[in-house]
Design a protein around this ligand. Structure first.
Ligand code: FES
Ligand code: FE2
Length: 325
């Protein structure tokens, strides 16, 4: 599933200057994304073609040249070989093809995705009108990736996706959330390889503040994209957060939470929004960890779906299809 789907690896705000790069991992593959001197953003396998050593070890940085730590081969940020020490001109034929291997990459709404599958549908065709929906938010082009938090969750990655895809649990588990959104008008819509849910904000409530700019008034919109990406936009100041659930093993998941705002220095309103989102997430993590205990029990063999859990049904059907069942 992970090696055949589009996976979010970063945001263009991480590569504003030439020479900037960041590394990532997709389905166990080390990935390197760079902005070379020609200004072009490219993605490669982060693997030295000489003897396979993982090339760039840092998470992010800015360099004129990339150097392998094993035998010192150097590469330009466009992936071309610069120098291969110990190889003379006579050997040049055997190293002339030694560039970094590129990986499929597409950038939409400043989000950088890679796909290890050369035959996968283009990103722009994979998720229906999702990117057009994102584009509607007037602040989208101004957002920067501001920070990222990770946490290890003691549950299967799919349990967290299930949790995200329904709001039947919201009244019981998220008192702060239901107090803020108009739950009578809460909707869940399934679309092509993604789903969206959300509501309008109750007129007298905003996230942690009462001074909401009318122009920025928006209901919360919560997207899920096959298989493991969630994109949330909360009411209030221009904002976006992404959540990625990356399996460590079948009972442990790395949750990666990334926040995007207009500026790195958060306003009080933005800080309140982050605190609000973290509170809801904490509530959800506790639930899925309890759920995982039950998954292990002989008492549980299968669950049931309510009518308002159709986004979970869509997800489960996609999982079964991907597993060839
Ligand atoms: S493995 Fe990279 S230079 Fe030898
Ligand atoms: Fe929840």
């Amino acid at each position: 599933m992970f090696a055949k789907s589009w996976q979010l690896v970063g945001h263009v705000s991480q590569l504003e200057k030439t020479g900037q790069f960041f590394t990532a991992e997709v389905a166990g593959e080390p990935i390197l994304v760079t902005r070379a001197n020609d200004g072009v953003i490219r993605a490669f396998y982060n693997v030295c073609p000489h003897r396979a050593t993982k090339l760039e070890k840092k998470e992010a940085g800015q360099k004129k040249i990339l150097q392998c730590s094993y035998h010192g081969w150097t590469f330009h940020l466009d992936g071309k070989l610069n120098k291969a020490p110990n190889f003379t001109d006579e050997d040049s034929a055997c190293v002339s093809n030694c560039a970094l291997r590129p990986v499929r990459m597409e950038i939409l709404e400043s989000l950088i995705f890679v796909n290890l599958d050369d035959h996968a549908k283009p990103l722009s065709e994979t998720y229906g009108d999702f990117f057009e929906r994102l584009e509607r938010f007037p602040f989208m082009g101004e957002l920067k990736r501001v920070n990222q938090k990770t946490r290890v969750i003691k549950a299967n990655w799919k349990a967290f996706i299930d949790n995200y895809l329904e709001c039947d649990h919201c009244h019981v588990a998220h008192p702060g959330f239901v107090a803020t959104l108009d739950m009578k008008n809460y909707q869940i819509v399934t679309c092509d390889n993604y789903s969206v849910q959300g509501s309008v904000v109750k007129p007298d409530k905003t996230m942690g503040t009462t001074d909401l700019n009318e122009a920025e008034m928006q209901g919360g919109e919560f997207y899920w994209l096959w298989p493991n990406l969630m994109v949330t936009i909360y009411p209030g100041p221009g904002n976006m957060a992404t959540i990625q659930m990356i399996p460590i093993d079948h009972e442990t998941t790395l949750g990666v939470y990334t926040y995007y705002f207009r500026d790195e220095n958060l306003t009080q309103e933005e800080k309140d929004l982050v605190a609000f989102a973290e509170q809801v997430r904490q509530e959800d993590v506790e639930l899925v960890e309890l759920e995982q205990i039950g998954f292990r029990s002989r008492a549980f063999t299968r669950g049931v779906y309510s009518k308002s859990e159709k986004a979970i049904v869509q997800f489960h059907e996609m999982v079964l299809e991907a597993l060839g069942r």
